[in-house]
Design a binder for this molecule. Sequence first.
Ligand SMILES: NC(=O)c1ccc[n+]([C@@H]2O[C@H](COP(=O)([O-])OP(=O)(O)OC[C@H]3O[C@@H](n4cnc5c(N)ncnc54)[C@H](O)[C@@H]3O)[C@@H](O)[C@H]2O)c1
Length: 449
Amino acid sequence: MLSETLSDSQNKKTMIEVLGLGYIGLPLAIRLAATGWKVTGMDINQDRVRRLERNNLMESELHLKKEFLECRNNKSLSFSTEPQKSTNSKIGIICVPTPIPKSDVKSDVFVRAAVEKFLDTSNEGCVIIIESSIEVGTTDEMKKIIESKGFVIGENFGLAFCPERIDPQNKKWRLENIPRVIYCSDDTTFEITQNVYSNVNNSNLIRVESARVAEVVKSFENTFRLVNISLVNELAMLCDKLGINVTDVIDAAATKPFGFVPFYTGAGAGGHCIPKDPRFLLESSKKLGLEFKTIEKALEINSFMPRYIAQSVDKILTEQNLKKSLIVCGLSYKPNMEDMRDSPGFKIVNEFSKLAYDVAVYDPFFKNELLDKYLYENNLEKADFHVLTDLDNSALDNISCICVVQHHTQTQLRLDEIYKKSLVPVLYDCQSKMIKDPKSKTILKSLGS
Ligand SMILES: NC(=O)c1ccc[n+]([C@@H]2O[C@H](COP(=O)([O-])OP(=O)(O)OC[C@H]3O[C@@H](n4cnc5c(N)ncnc54)[C@H](O)[C@@H]3O)[C@@H](O)[C@H]2O)c1
């Protein structure tokens, strides 16, 4: 019964299974194990499980290494490709991907599979917490699956939806200080989740009345970001024509102490959240016979940015009578990490290829052995580019332009040097971060200036 799970969870005696060990699941599993819970991390990706069993962490996970090794040494954290059989009740936290819905793929395909797997080894008193970003109605669908196994939600089985809000690499807002919205099927399940999240974010949970509210909140938060990113990028295109600097406009507008939130220009939103979650709202609207025009327009602008940038660069190189050869620098959609899912960098490469450019790419986080994965994650069939391992002088031979899509701390010094020493004819900065130096012979053009 849930009341027993509640009393067990007060002493951290309930086993926790985290299903999905990616950017969201692994840090959560480590955090819970490091604070006294017995945690099994479960993932269907055998290579990932094997890597973690060997205590190998990826670059973006290395900041968790100390806690990770402590948990591995005291055996509070184990890994598996299957959920664990247990005579006691357990808590399953679902952190699996949620793809953009298509005619042949539903967004809940992995969530459903994970819930079903967890149910195979579930007994009375278990709780499922969904952290994945889900489409409206998914929690109710999972409720039906749980009930089809004979459990009664709110009596002998708990269900919660607590969408993850993390912004990996954000040093100010981290897992432990981000408040979370949560829906719980009943009061006992809410108390159980409070015990779990006391070790995640000090139980800073905002409980909402229905799963639908929580589902819409998550998608709406990322819709807000997508719309504002598209808004500022559209403003950047206007500033290009006006010959004024968009960053000057935003910084001056941001002095208004109320009613304005600054967003800055770039090649467009990428990754597994901002371009995707608004589509969940769009899909729900369509099912109800409504249009959500703001989202449609924002998505359209977002997908137009790579073409706009490629055309802007092409115009400069044509005016300067320069060869169609360039380097696209920075392929991950976020600074200082290796996540290259749905990344504007790849879309820009694609646009340059269409314009018959000879394209090289450089990103210190790019791993050649993951090329197939990058192509798959960016919907590309083949690689129309060659990959540089360095931005040394020989890499710049016969290069007309470096198009900086993403600034990483690791590339900053070298890009500054290339600019100061005028080592390429043109530098195009999609994020308007480079500062003009009148002594440089390199033409520096930023998006929105
Ligand atoms: N990455 C972010 O910054 C972020 C932020 C907030 C919310 N989210 C949401 O969190 C969810 C997870 O995102 P992520 O970035 O961690 O994804 P990810 O791709 O990094 O990791 C997901 C993991 O789940 C595994 N998996 C797939 N199906 C499974 C199953 N049936 N059982 C067990 N494991 C399974 C995959 O093998 C993979 O290792 C998504 O819904 C995403 O939208 C992500």
